[in-house]
Design a protein around this ligand. Sequence first.
Ligand code: KIV
Ligand code: ZN
Length: 532
Amino acid sequence: METSQDRIIIFDTTLRDGEQAPGATLNVEEKLKIARALARLGVDIIEAGFPYASPGDFQAVQQVASVVGTEEGPTICGLARAIQKDIKTAAEALKPAAKKRIHTFLATSDIHLQYKLKKTRQEVLSIVPEMVAYAKSFVDDVEFSPEDAGRSDPEFLYQVLEAAIASGATTVNIPDTVGYTTPSEFGALIKGIKDNVPNIAQAIISVHGHDDLGLAVANFLEAVKNGARQLECTINGIGERAGNAALEELVMALHVRRQYFNPFLGRPPESVEPLTNIDIKQIYKTSRLVSNLTGMIVQPNKAIVGANAFAHESGIHQDGVLKNRLTYEIMDAQSIGLTENQIVLGKLSGRNAFRNRLKELGFELSDTELNKAFIRFKDVADKKKEITDWDIEAIVNDEIRQPPELFRLELVQVSCGDTSCPTATVTVRTPEGKELTDAAIGTGPVDAVYKAINRVVNVPNELIEFSVQSVTAGIDAIGEVTIRLCYENQVYSGHAANTDIIVASARAYLKALNRLYSALQTANTKETVVNS
Ligand code: KIV
Ligand code: ZN
């Protein structure tokens, strides 16, 4: 395995820690799509899941390992508690990958030892080397994480890390599990590890952190200055609670400020060599894909990938940017693949033009998928004169990148207005092939549609989020609707795009209901894995 210390290794955990975000649950197909996009983005390692957690997780890791884990592709990693059955299951799931890593972890903070694990420090000191060695019996590339390192006694941490490395850990990952540390503390923790763990030169120092205080990215950059060479992050910063460190923010900070960071990696400040292997032009597209598939909306003011990240509203700023972009812009929107909102296709564009544009945008569709997307494109082109790249992306994401339909919307009709009572009629095809029609009144047209759908589908749920965003400007813009609904503490999301937002709302709702319905049918909810 590469132990290069002069560049930063990007370890993406969108499919593992990112998927732990409430409602972000992905099926195997969706995980594969994200894994392919991550490989195109150029991440070094994909943490594809926690194989022991559920048969679904196992299957997803195995699929990612066989499809994306090629010789030229990224290393595929599986998470495992420091327990034999977890490690063995992870090794089994990772088998098809050309380059594989087992990531095993055990907490080291006194608070975790006392209340969660009910183990002594001495016990931890004996379990860690034993389990690292066990993982090493399956793969060469073993990562060990002392969970809650940010709140662990550094002296104890040094001993645990030394034991892990002595038993074969090639990466030691330092998690700020609860997002508690500040940048200077986290930097000092990494420096302490570098200075006090005798065999640290035999391993890569990695960092992992949560954003509970909004400090994860700042902590990581301080860690880089003090010797960390692997960053564990997720697309759009999704993840447990406030999320993980955002990949796009870390990569762009290291890119835009490389003159500042170069010396910490032993390079001359003026070196223009990229500090990571990431193809930054893929950032925007990957962000959109993850947002659409997980239903985790990117806030408009989010750094790098938010809708407003490159928008200038005030007159003074607009004037400055028109005179010279550098007055108010530290990076170019196109550098992250955010193409100008150019008009690329229209009603008369043929199938070949559509296929070529999809290729240029990086979509690889099967013939069936292309057919479906082309029909949708023609339908949108009938209603909307000019089709932009963003429209095409919305069409493809909507038509292709969605779970299989169990319930299918056949018709939606609403009547509303300031003097009438919002009323909706829907026809839904059931999984058994029956067409059922019902109607309802609501507080507004969308409410009426959802009530009518509920009458047909009859799956109890609570709507917890409904959002509409327009893909492009203009009255004929495509509207994207994202829905999150809740049933028995599990969140299910749905996403749909259409020039008619009532249709998009109905389809997004049915997609979320389909997810819920299929979870109820297969009872494929994750086994709650606790530390033992
Ligand atoms: O946050 C954390 O500590 C983790 C570990 C499993 C690395 O996700
Ligand atoms: Zn984590």
